[in-house]
Design a protein around this ligand. Structure first.
Ligand code: UN1
Length: 483
C-alpha cells in the first residue's frame, strides 16, 4: 500500500509545494516502524501566504450572516460525529490514546462544533441610557480579526476543535498550526472544514515546525490574537513576542495538579479517582493529577489499593481493546518520564511500582505507570510537570495541612478532593487557587460547554470553551448616539 503525502490548506486549497526534502513522517507510537501518512512541511513563506489570505478574508467574514456560520459549524460537527469510529482509530494510531478515550475525544470535538453552531445565533449586546440627555448607548462585540491557533499533540482533534469552532463562530478567520506529532487528525479536520462552505481564506492550516510556521504566526502584524495550548516554556515565549506586537493571547500551559484524599473518603472511590486522573491517557493531560496528598489515617490503605490497581493496568497497543494505558507519545517524552523516575529515586522517594520501559520488538514506547511514596514537598517529582503517568504521593496530617500542600505550587489549572465532608469540600471549592476544582471526581476530564482554564503559571488570558470563549474571540465596542 502506498502511503499518501498530504499538505497544508491555504486560501481554500490544499497546496502542494513539491519539496521532497521537507517530508514529515507521522509514526505510530504503538509501532514506530509504521508510517501512517507523510506530510509536506510548510515553512515561513507559505505561512505568510496563509496569513495574508486570512487577512483578506477577514472583513467579509466578520460581516457574514450568522446562519451561514451556524450551518458551516453544524456541518463540521455532524461529519465528525458520523465518522467517530474512523477518526478515533486514526487518533489512536498517531497519538497512542486508547480507542475508548479517543472516541470520547472525537465526540467532544464534534459537540464543540455543534455547540458553537448554536452560539453563532445567540443574542448578545447591551443597551444603556447615557448620563447625557437624549443619548443612547449600545455595547456589543465584534470579531478580533485573524486568529493564530497553535495546538498541542495530546488532544489531536478536541483542542483544535474547541479553538477553531469559537474563532469561526464569532466571525474571525483562522491560521491553524497543529503539533507536528499529530498532523493526521488535523488534516482530517481541515478536509472536513474545506467542504463546509466557508469562503476561501477563512480557514487555513499549516503543517510544519514551530521554528518557522509557529514563529511566523506569533510575529506577524496581521495576526490579531493567538490561542495556544502547550508547554510553559513555549507559552512564555509567545506571551513575550505577542506583547511586543500588542496581540491578545490565550495560553493554556502546564499543571502540577493536586488531588487531596481525606481520611473520611470512600476508599474505592478515592482509588478510582486517583487512577483515572493520574494514569489514563498515559498521564499526558495538562489536567492530570500528578500529586496526591493523603491524610495519615487512610494513607497506607490507599497506597496499597492504588498500587494493586496500578499493577493490574494493561499497558499496550492503543488499538487493542484490552489496553488500559497506551504508549507514551514519542521517544523524547519516554526519556523524560524515565529521567524523572530516576530523579525521584535519587532524591529519596520510594518507587512502589512501575516506572519502567516495557521492552518489545516493535520498539513501542510502552511505559508502566509509576507510583512514588515517601515524597517530600521539595522533590522535583512533586514540583515539576512530567507529563507522564508518574505519581507522587505526599502524606499529611489533616485537611489544613493538605490544603496548604495543594496550594504550594506555581501552577493552578485543576485541583481535586475526595471526601465525604461537606465542610472540607466547600472550603476547597471556595479557596483553592486552581481554575477548576473537582469534588469526588478526577482532576482530568472536563465538559465542553463550560469555561476551561487555570491561574498562575498554568494559564494566561480569558477562558476557553462554552459561552465564555466570546471574551477572547471578540472585542467590545461601545457606541453613543444622539437621538
Ligand atoms: C481534560 O482533562 O479533559 O492539554 C482536558 C490538556 C488540556 C485539556 C484537558 N488542555 O491536557
Amino acid at each position: 500500500m502506498t502511503i499518501p503525502t498530504k499538505s497544508s490548506y491555504v486560501d481554500g486549497a490544499f497546496v502542494e509545494l513539491g519539496n521532497s526534502l521537507q517530508i514529515l513522517e507521522n509514526r505510530n507510537p504503538s509501532n514506530p516502524g509504521e508510517v501512517i501518512e507523510r506530510f509536506e512541511r510548510a515553512g515561513h513563506e507559505l505561512t505568510e501566504q496563509a496569513i495574508a489570505a486570512a487577512r483578506r478574508a477577514a472583513p467579509d467574514w466578520a460581516r457574514s450572516n450568522p446562519q451561514l456560520r451556524a450551518d458551516a459549524l453544524d456541518f463540521i460537527g455532524n461529519e465528525i460525529l458520523a465518522r467517530r469510529e474512523e477518526l478515533a482509530k486514526l487518533l489512536a494510531r498517531e497519538e497512542g490514546k486508547i480507542v475508548r478515550e479517543a472516541l470520547g475525544e472525537v465526540d467532544r470535538a464534534g459537540r464543540s462544533f455543534k455547540f458553537y453552531a448554536q452560539e453563532a445565533l445567540r443574542a448578545e449586546g447591551e443597551k444603556y441610557q447615557s448620563v447625557r440627555q437624549d443619548v443612547g448607548i449600545d455595547v456589543f462585540t465584534q470579531p478580533m480579526g485573524v486568529i493564530g491557533i497553535i495546538a498541542p499533540w495530546n488532544f489531536p482533534i478536541a483542542i483544535p476543535a474547541w479553538k477553531i469552532a469559537p474563532a469561526l463562530c464569532f466571525g474571525n478567520t483562522v491560521v491553524f498550526k497543529p503539533a507536528e506529532l499529530v498532523p493526521s487528525c488535523a488534516w482530517a479536520l481541515a478536509e472536513i472544514i474545506s467542504r463546509a462552505g466557508l469562503p476561501a481564506g477563512v480557514f487555513n492550516m499549516l503543517i510544519g515546525p514551530g521554528r518557522s510556521v509557529g514563529d511566523s504566526i506569533i510575529r506577524s502584524p496581521d495576526i490579531d490574537a493567538i490561542s495556544f495550548t502547550g508547554s510553559e516554556s513555549t507559552g512564555r515565549q509567545i506571551a513575550q513576542t505577542a506583547a511586543q506586537g500588542m496581540k491578545k493571547v490565550q495560553l493554556e500551559m502546564g499543571g502540577k495538579n493536586p488531588l487531596i484524599v481525606l481520611d473520611d473518603a470512600d476508599l474505592e472511590q478515592a482509588v478510582e479517582v486517583a487512577l483515572s486522573g493520574s494514569f489514563y491517557s498515559t498521564g499526558q493531560r495538562c489536567t492530570a493529577s500528578s500529586r496526591i496528598i493523603v491524610t495519615a489515617g487512610i494513607h497506607d490503605r490507599f497506597v496499597a489499593r492504588l498500587a494493586e490497581r496500578t499493577r493490574a493496568l494493561t499497558v499496550g497497543d492503543a488499538l487493542d481493546v484490552g489496553t488500559d494505558i497506551g504508549p507514551v507519545v514519542d521517544d523524547r517524552q519516554l526519556e523524560q518520564n524515565l529521567t524523572y523516575v530516576m530523579i525521584g529515586k535519587e532524591q529519596g522517594a520510594t518507587l512502589v511500582c512501575g516506572g519502567e520501559r516495557i521492552e518489545n520488538e516493535a520498539g513501542a514506547y510502552f511505559f508502566t505507570p509509576a507510583l512514588f511514596t515517601d515524597v517530600k514537598p521539595d522533590m522535583r517529582i512533586y514540583r515539576e510537570e512530567i507529563f507522564g503517568p508518574v505519581l507522587a504521593v505526599l502524606k499529611v496530617r489533616d485537611y489544613a495541612e493538605a490544603f496548604a500542600a495543594a496550594e504550594d505550587t506555581a501552577f493552578g489549572l485543576s485541583a481535586g478532593i475526595v471526601t465525604r465532608s461537606l465542610k472540607d469540600a466547600e472550603h476547597f471549592k471556595r479557596n483553592s487557587s486552581a481554575g477548576m476544582v473537582m469534588v469526588n471526581l478526577p482532576t482530568a476530564g472536563v465538559d465542553y460547554h463550560v469555561p476551561f482554564g487555570g491561574n498562575g503559571a498554568s494559564s494566561l488570558g480569558s477562558r476557553e470553551q462554552g459561552t465564555h470563549a466570546r471574551q477572547f474571540f471578540t472585542r467590545v465596542k461601545t457606541t453613543y448616539q444622539l437621538a
